[in-house]
Design a binder for this molecule. Structure first.
Ligand code: ZN
Length: 469
């Protein structure tokens, strides 16, 4: 059998560090997947990696094009809210074409790899030309993202978003929303077309943009439509088709939902959709105690985006109650105001500390390390939101790993129980030295092989877009 072997003193396997581990990797049939992870082995068993090896993280929520406008909506003066930010975003979205999207996303995905993300769930709604006319190939914008992920080397879960109405009252899309729109049949055709391209590093799910953008009957029709689609040809273990939705991000959205559907958004969704572990509810910021407990019990993932939620002034997710109820979480960089595993997990905890006036809110007596608790749960939830088969270095999983920089002064005097806490809470120097996706190296010694060309192309595109042409 064609295999490669890697050795490290401390490898994160089955949700914690194990000592002296040899990873055997398939180079044949299930290429890039872990065959075995044996602790207590000897150093001469294969290529020796750095002292600390952890699984790659899934970034479960991304709108790639927004990376290019990060920093352009930080000027105050008016009554600035999510809704005023959205106007800036719409103006920017109106100028991004397929080549622009490819250039922006490739740069972004390299930044993600360097941050320790090895899979990205792209919540994609920029489908058509700015006036709403489909491109000659209706999948053109989706394919730009597929190209970008392949060129960067990151795994991609593409989630084309269904976007049909401009509000809970069913009003038509505004002029600036027209390029987002689909009918149910056109949407399902796009999904089928993209699923034919699935591979070990590319799979397709669906996104329902939000309850305000998807009428109830359309939601039912799409869920029924995808349930009839044949099983995925992708070679990832236990691949299931993910369903993502933005929900309860804003108080205004909760009030509109109450007024027009007589229920809060999470409450309504749990009553009207078969929410289970295939689902990822992005944000879910504004929930009652009952909604929090009920969502946790479904097995669905709460997709948390702490840096974006802070940047947009969304509010704080009820993390403690949700974790205590056994809820699944993952992290996403969403608007890409920050692209950092460290910052998402750090601010997830810090937001809670600031509001509860307590420390180590996410930890518990069974899981006393705050960093390990958050890292473990975000790995598992992120993997689930991407369809499974990721997020651990156990046999059968895709081999996505991050080698931490054990020469960094930050890790001096640290033993394994403190390594994740130190990485996530101390300092700002990146500890992500090498990154492998599906058994292939894409970052070595902090660098991507193609980063100069890709950043030059990104610069040219963004300079033009920023000038408004
Ligand atoms: Zn979003």
């Amino acid at each position: 059998m064609d295999v490669s072997r890697y050795f490290s003193e401390h490898v994160w396997v089955n949700s914690g560090f194990a000592a002296d581990v040899t990873l055997q990797v398939d180079r044949g049939g299930a290429a890039g997947h872990v065959l075995s992870a044996d602790a207590g082995s000897t150093r001469d068993a294969g290529e020796t990696l750095g002292r600390y090896v952890v699984p790659g993280m899934t970034n479960l929520h991304s709108h790639a094009f927004q990376r290019a406008m990060a920093g352009l909506a930080e000027r105050g003066g008016n009554d600035d809210t999510f809704w005023s930010w959205r106007e800036v975003m719409y103006a920017f979205a109106g100028r991004v074409g397929p080549d622009d999207l490819r250039a922006i996303a490739t740069q972004l995905y390299i930044e993600m790899l360097k941050a320790g993300y090895t899979q990205v769930c792209e919540f994609h709604y920029l489908h058509h030309q700015p006036d709403g006319t489909p491109y000659a190939d209706p999948a053109e914008m989706s394919l730009a993202l597929v190209d970008a992920a392949r060129d960067a080397g990151i795994g991609l879960t593409l989630l084309p978003a269904l976007y049909m109405t401009g509000g809970f009252d069913g009003r038509p899309l505004s002029e600036r929303q027209r390029r987002f729109g689909h009918d149910v049949d056109g949407f399902l055709r796009l999904i089928e077309r993209l699923r034919a391209l699935e591979s070990a590093t590319f799979n397709v799910g669906i996104a329902l943009h939000s309850l305000r953008a998807v009428p109830a009957d359309a939601m039912r029709a799409v869920l029924e439509g995808i349930s009839g689609m044949p099983a995925s040809a992708a070679s990832r273990e236990a691949a299931q088709m993910p369903v993502h939705i933005h929900v309860a991000e804003q108080i205004g959205e909760v009030q509109d939902c109450l007024a027009l559907r007589n229920a809060r958004p999470v409450e309504w969704l749990l009553d009207h959709a078969p929410v289970d572990s295939r689902w990822c509810l992005v944000h879910a910021t504004h929930m009652t105690d009952a909604e929090t407990r009920q969502l946790a019990a479904t097995g669905a993932v709460a997709g948390l985006c702490p840096t974006t939620e802070a940047n947009l002034g969304d509010g704080l997710f009820p993390l403690k109650a949700y974790l205590d109820a056994g809820g699944a979480i993952g992290i996403g960089s969403d608007s890409h105001i920050s692209v950092s595993v460290v910052e998402e997990l750090r601010w997830l905890e810090y937001g809670q500390r600031l509001v509860t006036k307590h420390r180590n809110v996410s930890a518990s007596s069974r899981s006393p390390s705050t960093g390990e608790t958050l890292f473990r749960r975000a790995l598992a939830g992120g993997a689930s939101a991407a369809g499974g088969g990721l997020g651990d270095l156990r046999p059968g999983a895709r081999l996505d790993l991050v080698v931490l920089d054990d020469h960094a002064p930050l890790l001096a005097g640290r033993a394994p129980p403190n390594v994740i806490d130190t990485w996530l809470f101390a300092g700002n120097a990146s500890l992500v030295r090498d990154v492998m996706v599906a058994g292939e190296w894409h970052i070595r010694a902090f660098r991507h092989r193609d980063e100069e060309r890709i950043s030059a192309r990104y610069r040219a595109v963004v300079e033009r877009l920023a000038q408004g042409s």
